[in-house]
Write a protein of this length. Structure first.
Length: 222
């Protein structure tokens, strides 16, 4: 399978959100990545339901919602109602992960689980078949524009092997510091979905940046 690109709207211009949503619609990117932060699980507050509702009115591609919040179970039905396609919660924010993943699927969404850089992929082995997507954080969650943590390459390979052993076809998503310098290597390591904030919206030509991150030819990598 070729990989998917999910631009993170955290790096969009919030005063021109519709313009930036339309840019993603017109681009070769596949999903919208929406980062919800509560100022408790992570040291930053981003946006919540009203903004996602506004984005959903214009978005023509699936919404990949990444919850960086404590007690995400409280909001599962709310995000289903907002039209989330994938709902990703953090393993570190859940006490009963199996129950939470089941509730997300029950609500009609793909169940995603995110791991902070320090969290071992082995902690997902016993729920591997209950997961549709694993989001490996390649930065400490909370902010866009941070440096990619190199250990993520090895972690991606470990996760890929573990999922295969367990018979899971969950997608592997990489989030944080992704750009042309590491994208091809991540896909070769087993990544299925690349999240990209700054490397798309911070580019002089975001459409071209998205195209380059979709068509990762060895000769094209910088
Ligand atoms: C970080 C968020 C990321 C962020 C990525 O906590 O989960 O999705 O927007 O931004 P870049 O691509 O700029 O690192
Ligand atoms: Zn994210």
């Amino acid at each position: 399978m070729s990989h998917l690109l999910a631009p993170s709207l955290l790096a969009a211009d919030f005063a021109n959100l519709q313009r930036d949503v339309e840019m993603v619609n017109a681009s070769e990117a596949h999903w919208f990545h929406l980062d919800v932060m509560d100022g408790v699980f992570v040291p930053n507050i981003s946006f919540g339901m009203p903004v996602i509702s506004a984005i959903a009115k214009h978005a023509a591609k699936p919404l990949d919602v990444h919850l960086m919040i404590v007690d995400p179970d409280r909001y599962i039905s709310t995000f289903a109602g907002l039209g989330a396609h994938v709902l990703t919660v953090h393993l570190e924010a859940c006490t009963h992960v199996h129950r939470t993943l089941g509730a997300i699927r029950e609500a009609g969404m793909k169940a995603g689980i995110a791991l902070n850089p320090h969290t071992s992929v082995e902690l997902l082995r016993d729920v591997a078949l209950d997961i549709d997507l694993v989001c490996l954080m390649s930065v400490n969650p909370g902010f866009g524009g941070q440096s990619f943590i190199e250990r993520t390459f090895q972690k991606t390979r470990q996760l890929k092997a573990m999922l295969r052993e367990e018979g899971s076809d969950a997608l592997i998503e990489i989030d944080g510091g992704v750009g042309m310098a590491n994208a091809l290597q991540l896909v070769e390591a087993g990544a299925d979905v690349l999240v990209a904030g700054s490397s798309v919206f911070g580019a002089s030509d975001p459409m071209a940046a998205a195209r380059d991150l979709v068509h990762l030819e060895p000769a094209n990598s910088r």
